[in-house]
Design a binder for this molecule. Structure first.
Ligand SMILES: *Cc1c(COP(=O)(O)O)cnc(C)c1O
Length: 411
């Protein structure tokens, strides 16, 4: 016979968190409660649908009490998911709690559905991840929620877009594909004045480089598929809520039946422990490679928040602790054929979607097909680069040969 209360017994160990710990320390200790690890370093995989109770009375009591961090039914999680969720909460100073989702898109859509009602209007950055646009334009629209897109460089000018129907602002900074950095404090200031809910897709920076909740965001969203998992082998998402904002999020997730598998959460937690060193190495290499690309005549522009030429670079320097490993380049002339000549022959860069893993990727991207408020105009096609953990000199040699192929294709 199983006992729902048994997980609270366990071997104590000395690992414990302090609020003063630096982030690199916190990422090691976070979420590893002794009652969940029972002395094992990594909280094990607790798989469950059914939880068994000692009696009808016990079962009834479980239904009535707050099930946060208590075994109740598999959909509400087990210590494996709670451990990763808690770890993500601990990385966001000022946060109340975190929920996991089966993908980043599920996290985005569930968070929005948790706060929006028919008749509401949503303000969405024009540089937002394209599937987030798709969800707003097609799904939310069917349920009577309208969306107005804003120029990511709008800053406090966003006040002019707020109507009495506006309910929420959704930020993503830097923007997907083109990396414009928003004046986040200015936008959050307007949202606070007008009583709007704020959500931010923080996948690029993660809480390590931009603690979104401390900045005043209500819901900080991660596609954990990217840097948290870090190994290109799991789909996972999370939403971390600011104090007082969790109950609404949890209600939405319960109604939608959102739950992440314990096995995937376990892999996410495993990836999280090395996220700080991976982000540092990948961010450093990406900056180095971006600077090298910036000096190349085949490259018209490098779209990297750490370069002064990036729109919003001044906000990046002011608000972010560093840069991660994803950026884009605008080629100097050419089209689909010339861009393919560059990408197709790359030896170390894989061609594929997603990013945040340990291996480098190159992807042709077309912002002009997506943007509606600020038409995308550029000197040539765009290539998005995800820099992995390979030696940067080898990656530069690979890109060097690619740029040569591009030049030959242009001629
Ligand atoms: C990949 C991505 C997502 C979606 O995450 P999935 O896990 O692939 O569903 C959301 N936002 C951004 C910025 C992303 O890059």
């Amino acid at each position: 016979m199983g006992h729902a209360s048994r997980h609270t017994q366990g071997n104590r160990n000395r690992m414990s968190a302090s609020d003063d710990d630096k982030q690199a320390t916190r990422i090691v200790t976070a979420g590893r409660r002794p009652e969940w690890t029972q002395g094992i370093v990594n909280p094990p995989v607790w798989r469950a649908s059914t939880i068994l109770y000692d009696s009808v009375g016990d079962l009834r009591a479980a239904g009535g009490r707050d099930s946060h961090h208590r075994l109740f039914y598999g959909r509400r999680g087990t210590p494996t998911q709670w451990s990763l969720a808690d770890a993500l909460t601990e990385l966001e100073p000022g946060a109340e709690a975190t929920l996991l989702y089966p993908s980043g898109v599920a996290a985005v859509s569930s968070a929005l559905l948790s706060v929006l009602s028919p008749g509401d209007e949503l303000l969405l950055a024009d540089s937002v991840y394209d599937p987030t646009r798709g969800f707003a334009d097609q799904f939310l629209k069917r349920f009577g929620v309208t969306t107005t897109y804003y120029d990511p460089m709008i800053g406090e000018g966003i006040a002019s877009l707020v109507t009495d129907r506006t309910r929420a602002v959704f930020l993503e900074s830097p923007g997907s594909l083109t990396f414009e950095v928003q004046d986040i404090p200015a936008i959050l200031g307007v949202a606070r004045d007008k009583g709007l809910v704020t959500l931010m897709d923080n996948t690029w920076a993660t809480p390590l480089l931009f603690p979104a909740i401390a900045a005043g965001v209500d819901y900080s969203i991660l596609a954990c598929t990217k840097y948290v998992v870090g190994h290109s082998d799991v789909m996972l998402g999370s939403v971390t809520a600011a104090k007082g904002k969790y109950a609404e999020l949890r209600k939405g997730a319960y109604h939608l039946g959102q739950t992440a598998s314990p096995d995937d959460a376990w892999l996410g937690a495993r990836g999280l422990r090395t996220m700080d060193v991976r982000l540092r190495a990948q961010g450093h290499a990406a900056m180095h490679i971006a600077q090298w690309l910036d000096r190349r005549p085949e490259v018209a522009r490098v779209l990297h928040p750490g370069l002064p030429s990036c729109p919003g670079h001044e906000f990046f320097v002011r608000d972010f602790k560093g840069s991660s490993g994803l950026f884009s380049i605008v080629l100097n002339g050419g089209g689909e054929r010339e861009r393919a000549a560059l990408i197709d022959g790359l030896r170390l860069f894989g061609i594929g979607f997603s990013w945040g893993g340990y291996e480098s990727l190159a992807l042709p991207v077309d912002p002009q097909k997506i943007r509606t408020v600020v038409p995308w105009e550029a000197e040539g096609p765009v290539v998005r680069l995800q820099i992995g953990l390979e030696d940067p000199d080898d990656l530069i040699a690979d890109l060097d040969a690619g740029l040569m192929r591009f030049r030959e294709a242009l001629a």
